[in-house]
Structure formats: C-alpha cells, structure tokens
Design a protein around this ligand. Structure first.
Ligand SMILES: [Zn+2]
Length: 441
C-alpha cells in the first residue's frame, strides 16, 4: 500500500517558509519508529534508522521523541479517574490504552512509556483507591505487554516508569520507599522493558532512591523531576538536583510535568549548567505540560485554581509545540517528549519540526501538511489564505471567554514531604476532612 505521498511535502519548517505552497512536492520518508506494519510502506533506505539500538545509542545518534500525557488523555476519554490518577485501565480497558499508544506511535513517538504512572502499591491503595485489588505486579506487567505489542508495530522502544510515592510524601524512610520501587522494578525486569524512567519527583532525594533501585537492573535509567529553575520542594537548587541524579547513576536527566515548555526548558538550562560545572556529561530530557503556566509558583500547575478540570483555555497549539521542539533541540535536549495535556497531534508537531534532523516524517503526517499546507484544498478562499507558516506562527489565539483573564492566582499552601498535611492513608477521605480543607483555601 502506498502512502499518498503526492499530497505531502518533506520540508523543514524553515524550508517551508520560503517554498511555494503549491509547487514543492518532494519525496518523503516515514520514520520507521512510527510505522504501523499493516498500513504503511517503509522506504528501504530508512529501514536501518535506529536498527535494534537501545535508548542511549539512539540518543548518541540523534533526537528521540517521547510520548506522553496518558493519565490526562485517558481521563478525558473516560478510562482514568482524576484524583488517584492510577493506571488500572491497563487491566480494565487494555484496548483504550493500546489505541492511545498507537496514536502516539503514528504521531512519531520513538518510545512507548508503559502506562505505569502512580502504579506503586502504596498509591494503588491510597485514600480508598480500589486499584490495589489487581496487584502491583499485574498492573505493571499488563502495561508492559500492551506497550511492547504496539512498539513492535514500528521500531519503538518501551520504558518502564515509576514516580514519587505516598510513602515518601508521608515521611517514609529510604528503606520503606525503596521497597515500593523494587516491586515495580521486579515487574519491569520480568516483562523485559528496554529502559527505565523515574519521573515526576518533586524531591530529588526520593528520585535518587528510585534511580538506585533501577540501576541494579542493569538497564539504562532516565530521571526527571517535576520542578522548574527554582529547585526542588526541599530547596535543593535545580543545578544541584541534576548533579545528584547523575551521581546516583542516571544516564538521562531532565524535567517532566508541572510546568509549560518555557519553564521546563529554563529548568533544564540550569541542570545543564550544573552538570557542565561538575564535569558530568548526561543526555538531557524534557517532557513538559501542554498547558501554559507563566503564573504558577514552584509547585507548578497543581496550585492553579483551574487544576485539573478547567485547564483547557491554557492548552498549547500545535504551533506552540513546533517552537518548543526547536528550542529544546537548540538547548541540546535530545529526548524531547511530552506530559499532561499532550495529545498525539502535539507530538506530531514535534516530529514535524524536527523532520529535517531526523530525515523523516511521522506516519500521521500522511494527513497533515506542515504549516497549514492542507488548507490549500479548502473551499473558502479566506481559509486557503491561511495555508502559510507566517499566518500560524504569528497568530495569537483568543480564548473566546469574555470574563477570562490571562493569569490566575495560584494556591500556595507550601505543603511538602514531611508536613503533617501531606501524610497519606489507606482510608478514604471523609466529607468532614474536605470541609476542613475547604475552610483553609
Ligand atoms: Zn504530567
């Protein structure tokens, strides 16, 4: 089956700006990592793109595009509950998880992150959550199986992921916290993931404990904190956080979640400075939010009054993702991915922006010409007039909400690991507790 390549230009965004929007029809290649075997043809020249390489070899060679946003995306689709944010959908609705993986693969993701966010046993049973009935091993192994099945439809890797634990937030010591990580690591070893990602840590101390457990598996380990350039929630500077992660053994270091691309890259710039000054060389990784967050404090978007059910007016456009991808690449980040709010079309924009560097386009570009090129086919002339880069690149979208302000006033409780208010429990939260908390805000 052919790919309909008579409608798709293989052009970088820079090329497109100077090209005729009608005359340039070039041959193009689909990134093998994003090819679904049953529907698309792989050009033989590119079948060796990332041949059987692990994550570190791929990063040494070029840019790797991540996936992202599973809890937020699947919550909106009706398969994840906001609040616990746990991933029991891998057992309850495996087809829904598989479909989202496929869409990210098609959009250009080189890594399928197993949907194991918050799948530590203590989180699966926190505050009345019933997800623990499935068992921590079963949840993590089911997630692996789904990710591998889809990854094998292209040339993607799978990564086992683990994140911060209720045990740590409640003041648990290193031994008790590492027991939680070990249960997840055992499942990832058993099912044979390609590498591990320790992500979404507000405290570098806990992240280093996770990295230590992961390193014992012998696999490559990525570690990302959910911080900006102001340091972690215990006051460790962002530069020092990077050095601590490197010294714990992390091979790939960066930031995910909690902040928009601008703040995420500002934090990574600090991490890079810290690593450079310490004489340490590590790959850099960014997986930001797809929400604009210029008004947040160091706790990030969870302090916004709109979190998590009214964030939509802040969502990035695909054009914002082009800018993010370019700025991350220019900063030296080579693992460029995504977190909450990102949908597959955002990732496609990253892959399209970096198509020149990667020498290929994602499979989903079959239905998307860069910089609005597809609008050349529109019936209305004023819409056809938008088939150009400078239109979309310079547009400032309206929110359509008369009472909407540009910024919100974040909550600022300043409660973090070690505080009584952050102690977790197995018992469900009571209405009396909610009433007390509401009185404080
Ligand atoms: Zn996130």
């Amino acid at each position: 089956m052919t790919t309909g390549n008579d409608q798709i230009c293989f052009l970088s965004s820079k090329d497109f700006a100077s090209a005729s929007t009608t005359a340039v029809i070039a041959s193009w290649k689909i990134c093998p990592s994003s090819v679904t075997t049953d529907s698309l043809h792989i050009d033989s020249n590119f079948s060796s793109f990332f041949p059987n390489q692990g994550i570190l070899e791929r990063l040494n060679e070029g840019v790797v595009i991540g996936d992202g946003g599973f809890v937020f995306a699947l919550e909106k689709r009706g398969y994840v509950k906001a609040g616990p944010w746990t991933p029991e959908a891998v057992i309850e609705y495996p087809e829904a998880v598989k479909q989202l993986h496929r869409e990210f693969l098609r959009a250009g993701s080189d890594v399928m992150q197993c949907f194991t966010f918050y799948a530590s046993e203590d989180k699966l049973e926190n505050r009345g959550n019933k997800a623990a009935q499935h068992g921590v091993g079963a949840v993590n192994e089911a997630a692996c199986k789904i990710a591998r099945e889809v990854a094998n439809e292209g040339d993607a890797l799978i990564a086992g992921g683990m994140c911060q634990t209720p045990t740590y937030l409640s003041g648990g010591n290193k031994e008790t916290v590492q027991i939680e990580f070990q249960k997840q690591a055992d499942a990832f070893v058993k099912c044979g993931v390609d590498f591990l990602i320790c992500e979404y840590f507000e405290h570098v101390e806990e992240a280093t404990w996770a990295v230590e457990v992961c390193k014992k598996t012998g696999m490559a380990v990525a570690a990302t904190l959910c911080i900006n350039d102001e340091g972690d929630m215990h006051g460790v500077s962002t530069a020092d956080c990077a050095v601590k992660l490197a010294n714990a053994g992390a091979d790939i270091i960066g930031i995910n979640c909690h902040f928009d691309p601008d703040a995420t890259l500002a934090g990574i710039r600090e991490m890079k400075r810290g690593l450079d000054e310490a004489g340490l060389k590590r790959h850099l990784m960014s997986q930001p939010l797809a929400f604009k967050t210029p008004d947040v404090n160091k706790q990030g978007f969870i302090d916004l009054p709109e979190f998590p059910f009214a964030l939509e007016p802040r969502i990035l456009t695909r054009w914002d993702c082009h800018r993010y991808a370019r700025e991350a690449y220019d900063l030296g980040v080579r693992y460029i991915g995504a977190c909450c709010g990102f949908e597959p079309y955002h990732v496609r924009a990253i892959a399209e922006e970096l198509s020149k560097e990667r020498g290929c386009l994602p499979a989903a570009s079959e239905k998307h010409d860069m910089w609005g090129g597809g609008l050349q086919l529109h019936t209305k002339p004023w819409v056809r007039a938008r088939a150009r880069r400078d239109y979309w690149e310079n547009l400032s979208p309206a929110s359509g909400r008369a009472e909407s302000s540009a910024f919100s006033k974040p909550n600022a409780w300043g409660v973090t690991a070690g505080d009584d208010l952050l102690k977790q429990q197995k018992e469900a939260t009571t209405l009396a507790e909610i009433s007390n908390l509401a009185g404080r805000s």
